[in-house]
Structures are given as C-alpha cells and as structure tokens.
Design a protein around this ligand. Structure first.
Ligand code: SAM
Length: 249
C-alpha cells in the first residue's frame, strides 16, 4: 500500500517550508489539499507539479473512502491544509483515522504551527500547556468554555479571528480576570509580526485603541493559575468539603 504523508506548510513566511516537505510534495502521486487554489500558489512558487485534489471540511467525510482506496492501491498521498500543521484547527482527522484503521502507514512531516510558534516566543510557562483552538463564536458559549478553564494551572492557547478578537479578549478579561497575564501573538512569521505581553485588560485596551492591531491572524496565550494560588484554592475546596462531610449524616 502507499503512504499518507501529513505535511506542514508555512504560516506566512515561505522560508519555513522544509526541504523534506518539498521533496515529499514533489514525489507524492497526489496532493490532497484543503483548498487547491490556495495551495496552488505555494506549489507554483516551489515549482511542484504534482496533481492536486480538494479535501476540505465539507467533503472530507465523502472523500475519505476514495482516498483510502487510492492509498490501498499503492499510491502515496501528501495531505496539506492552507497553512501550518494539518489537523490543528484544520481538516484531516477523518482521513488520518481512516487511513490508520485501514493499516496504511501515516507519516508526519512536521513544520510550522502557529500555536507552537507563539508558545516558543511568548515567555509564558511552557512545561504544561493546553491548546483550545478557536473559542465558540457566541459569547455565552465562549464564556462557558473559559469558565471551565478558569482554574487551570497550564498555559492556555487559543486561536482567534480578526472579527472576534476584541469580543474574545473582553470575555477573557471578565472570566479570567483583567489582571491575568497574557500574550497576543499576531501575524507570526509575517511582515507585521507582533508579540505583545500584558494583563488581559491591558491587551484589550491596546487592541481596542489601535485598529491596526485588530487585523491579521492571532494566537492568544493566557498564563495558567500559578501553583501557589491553585494550592490555596485546593485548600479552600478541601476545607469546604470537610465541613460538608461533617454535616452530612
Ligand atoms: N493549522 C494551522 C496551524 O498549524 O497553526 C492553523 C489553522 S487555523 C484554520 C487558522 C488560525 O491559526 C488563525 O485564525 C490564527 O488564529 C492561527 N494562525 C495561523 N497563522 C498564524 C500566524 N501567522 N500568526 C498568528 N496566528 C496564526
């Protein structure tokens, strides 16, 4: 059977394309791309002439069996999305799962990922972190997600789109508290790359003031609850529990 290669592409700067990714895209029998027009630009830039086919969120389910048949027939497929690492807030999960279940070899070809790039330069604790992808679009659902993470000790990583950046920062300030330390990573690897650290209210005020800061692509990183505070919360929870247990029959 053929091999399925899951290939990362740049998140802005084309120099982040790795030599290995270029070789695999050139040698594959087929490139399955989230958006063939978008990827066409990248492939033309690097002079890659491999045949491409679209596999996106809306047709992934129906395309998967066919792609698995192609793999079973001995052909190799390189899978790419519009930017960064496939499956990370991107399609591909169904394809990878089905291929693995069919006994096909799945090979990662690592490269850029906005969440990891942001974490690596943010200066927030990086020993433990949690990637939450895009928060829900509606405020109530978004707040519910934040509520569940409010006491998490790990660094929290979110993706956000330009038209929701202000609303999201506002909800974050309210749920996590305005004093919580955070970093906004915008336009990574691109001309207007900005990594701005501050408290959540500072970030909200800064983005609100400067409309230029509302453009582009964002990663939001939030400091987890420091361990001492967490211990204090655990102690308090333990105290309440003991009182409760004493009172229960
Ligand atoms: N698969 C991609 C990855 O590995 O990072 C993510 C794809 S997701 C559909 C797109 C989101 O990723 C953007 O809305 C933004 O939150 C984040 N993102 C992608 N490129 C970025 C960049 N250059 N700078 C900051 N955030 C970026």
């Amino acid at each position: 059977a053929g091999t399925l290669y899951v290939v990362a592409t740049p998140i802005g700067n084309l120099e982040d394309m790795t030599p290995r990714a270029l070789r695999i895209l050139s040698e594959a029998d087929l490139i399955a791309a989230e958006d063939t027009r978008h990827s066409g630009k990248l492939l033309r830039h690097f002079g890659i002439g491999t045949k491409t086919e679209a596999i996106h969120e809306h047709n992934e389910r129906s395309q998967v069996p066919r792609l698995v048949e192609i793999l079973k027939g001995g052909k190799s497929i390189a899978f790419i999305t519009d930017a960064g690492t496939p499956l990370v807030s991107d399609p591909g999960f169904l394809l990878v799962r089905a291929a693995r279940q069919a006994g096909i070899r799945v090979v990662p070809v690592p490269g850029a990922c906005a969440a990891i790039a942001a974490l690596s330069a943010a200066g927030l604790p990086s020993d433990r972190f949690v990637f939450e992808g895009f928060p829900p679009a509606k405020s109530a659902a978004r707040r519910a997600v934040f509520e569940k993470l409010r006491e998490d000790g790990r660094t929290l990583i979110f993706y956000e789109s330009p038209h929701r950046i202000l609303e999201s920062l506002k909800d974050m300030s309210e749920v996590f508290g305005g004093a919580r330390e955070a970093v906004l990573a915008r336009e990574l690897t691109k001309q207007f790359e900005t990594l701005h650290a501050g408290t959540l209210v500072e970030l909200l005020a800064w983005v609100g003031r400067d409309t230029n800061q509302q453009l582009g692509e964002f990663v939001i990183l939030i400091h987890g609850v420091p361990r001492v505070e967490q211990e204090a919360m655990d102690e308090e929870a333990g105290r309440v529990l003991r009182i409760l247990l004493d009172e229960l029959p």
